[in-house]
Design a protein. Structure first.
Length: 276
């Protein structure tokens, strides 16, 4: 190569780099990927959907009742320059979940990321729970993740990522978690088993366990202000978890940088868990 040609190419490379720096250009981590987020209309699910969209993913928003809120999330995604669709489905109902995946199959033909965030449980003591309550809680909390993961895996022929969003209510006895706690524990065991069985298919499965998270739903709880003060005093980080704290970790788990993290649950709580 002639010296003049080399110098010309070097100048061109430098020019491109300067343009990238000027406009904060970077390659988006999930460009051209298709992501499904269950329970995406509010709170943690919404934050995860927005984060994945900001990284280039086409996001499928699943919701059970909050259509208006879901449409608002879609608009926020559009404002970020992204795109997506919304699908109403109760993931605790197998038939409705199957119908949702039929739509995904027809619209996209594949899936790269599943964020199993939706769950449902009514606070109460275990001795007061009825069989119907057990069924509803386990269907919405653990069986829903199992079924969504199975259907997602079928749409991931080239590999993908599955992240379960749960809590450490399955590791500790929490007040009012009589049935929810065992359902959360089931999510842990299920996620680890799926991680082992799906790893050979290049599908990476993990989970996150957020602590008390500052969402509208939490703020609607009676005495939420006193809970905030208590958590801020007890937590080494001195504050509540935000939905964005969770979405940042989930986003990382869906990147190649986390490909050797398999079957793990990352606790996101500012250090509260380790000090009891």
């Amino acid at each position: 190569m002639k010296k003049t040609t080399f110098l010309f190419l070097k100048k061109q490379v430098c020019l491109v780099q300067r343009i990238k720096n000027k406009y904060n250009y970077r390659v988006k981590k999930h460009k051209d990927k298709i992501a499904l987020v269950t329970g995406a209309s509010r709170g943690i699910g919404k934050a995860i959907a927005l984060k994945l969209a900001s990284e280039g993913a086409e996001v499928i928003l699943n919701y059970r009742r909050s259509k208006t809120e879901c449409e608002e999330v879609l608009q926020e995604i559009a404002d970020l320059g992204g795109s997506g669709i919304s699908i109403r489905a109760d993931v605790g109902n197998e038939d409705k979940t199957d119908a949702m995946f039929e739509v995904i199959q027809q619209e996209y033909g594949r899936l790269d990321i599943l964020i199993a965030n939706a769950s449902f449980g009514i606070p109460g003591n275990i001795l007061d729970a009825t069989n119907k309550y057990w069924d509803v809680t386990f269907n919405a909390t653990s069986r829903s993740i199992f079924h969504c993961a199975l259907r997602s895996a079928d749409l991931m022929p080239n590999g993908g990522n599955i992240v379960a969003v749960t809590s450490y209510g399955g590791q500790r006895v929490l007040k009012g978690y009589g049935v929810v706690g065992p359902a959360k524990a089931a999510v842990e065991g299920l996620t680890r088993s799926m991680a082992v069985e799906l790893a050979p298919k290049n599908i990476v499965v993990n989970g996150v366990m957020p602590g008390i998270t500052d969402t509208k739903s939490f703020r609607a709880i009676e005495d939420s202000d006193s809970i905030v003060q208590s958590v801020e005093k007890m937590t080494p980080a001195g504050r509540l978890v935000t939905p964005e704290d969770v979405s940042n970790v989930v986003n990382f788990l869906c990147t190649p940088d986390a490909s050797m993290i398999i079957g793990q649950f990352i606790i996101i709580d500012g250090g509260a868990f380790i000090i009891g």
